[in-house]
Ligand binder design. Structure first.
Ligand code: KPL
Length: 304
């Protein structure tokens, strides 16, 4: 189903693309595709703090198809949500339209769109792996695997269970923790709830996740949870077993020292994933004709 000899392309050389490339490179051919050609070495710091220089082809889409015309068995789209459409447009000029895709994006913006648009199978992932990119002393950069997690995989239409199992097996063979999720939409919405309650606030106030437990942020988070939970349930999504508040506060506790991804984007002067994370909630509020004053203010105050 998923022969270990078929190459996987990791499209997007941010933290997640590099992390997946680093982990997979020991088990199968991979290629990390970024905006520019780079030396074929990927610097990776594992969760125990050991540094590795991995032999991974790092190139652009155009140079890859010239240097290695082998078609990919899977393309992992690891771009930020707002870059996904242009990445897909570029990709479709170079690969068969039935090539399987795996989407790693946050939020719930691109997943339904790409699922409708792409001819081949589209799997979605929700991951709790933690990684960031930092400068290395030699002037280059490295990806730091800050915390191991689980990657859940499934497709929105429940059409590709065998493919999802094959990808999970391949990730497991590469030493990653992965599981098939028969309701990946629910998992993506739950993650979106967590991201919506944490990321915009910490990005705006430039604080670590754990500071949300303090005044004045605690009541802001609670007000958001009161709006987010009913909105997502109004989309037909089951609430988490322990409830929205328990889920979100537990993640804040567990990631207290983290600088969330949106804060990292703001600090680096990059566009944020405001639309991917808050957009689907605003659309749901409109559809359900609910008033969401806290979310509206959050959206206005969140850097884009
Ligand atoms: O996923 C995250 C992110 O940084 O985007 C959270 C859960 C907020 C952890 O930092």
């Amino acid at each position: 189903m998923m022969p270990a000899s078929s190459p996987w392309w990791l499209l997007g050389a941010g933290a997640m693309g590099r992390l997946f490339a680093a982990r997979l490179s020991g088990a199968r051919p991979v290629c990390l595709i970024g905006r520019r050609d780079a030396p074929n070495v990927l610097h990776y710091r594992d969760p125990s703090g050991v540094d590795h220089a991995l032999d991974v082809p790092c190139c652009t889409l155009t140079s890859l198809v010239v240097s290695d015309p082998t078609p990919p068995g899977l393309v992992v789209l690891a771009t930020k949500s707002h870059d996904t459409q242009s990445a897909l447009d570029a990709l479709s000029a170079h690969v068969d339209a039935r090539t399987p895709l795996l989407l790693l994006q946050n939020g719930f913006r691109v997943q339904p769109i790409v699922t409708r648009q792409w001819l081949g199978p589209v799997l979605c992932a929700s991951t709790t792996e933690g990684a960031y990119v930092e400068s290395a002393p030699d002037g280059g950069t490295r990806v730091v695997h800050a915390g191991t997690g689980v990657t859940w995989i499934g497709d929105l239409d429940h059409t590709w269970p065998d493919l999802a199992h094959g990808v999970v097996e391949a990730l497991t063979a590469a030493g990653m923790r992965a599981q098939v999720d028969d309701d990946i939409a629910q998992r993506l919405w739950h993650k979106l709830a967590v991201n919506a309650a944490i990321n915009p606030l910490v990005a705006r106030h430039r604080i670590r996740n754990g500071q949300l437990r303090d005044r004045p942020f605690r009541r802001m988070v609670d007000a958001l949870i009161d709006e987010i939970g009913p909105l997502i349930e109004g989309q037909g999504v089951e609430p988490p077993a322990a409830g929205w508040s328990a889920l979100i506060w537990q993640v804040i506790e567990a990631t207290a020292d983290n600088r969330a991804s949106m804060l990292q984007d703001v600090l680096a002067g990059r566009p944020t994933e405001r639309e991917a994370i808050l957009g689907p909630l605003r659309d749901a509020a409109r559809r359900q004709q609910r008033s969401t004053p806290s979310l509206d203010a959050l959206y206005r105050d969140t850097p884009s």
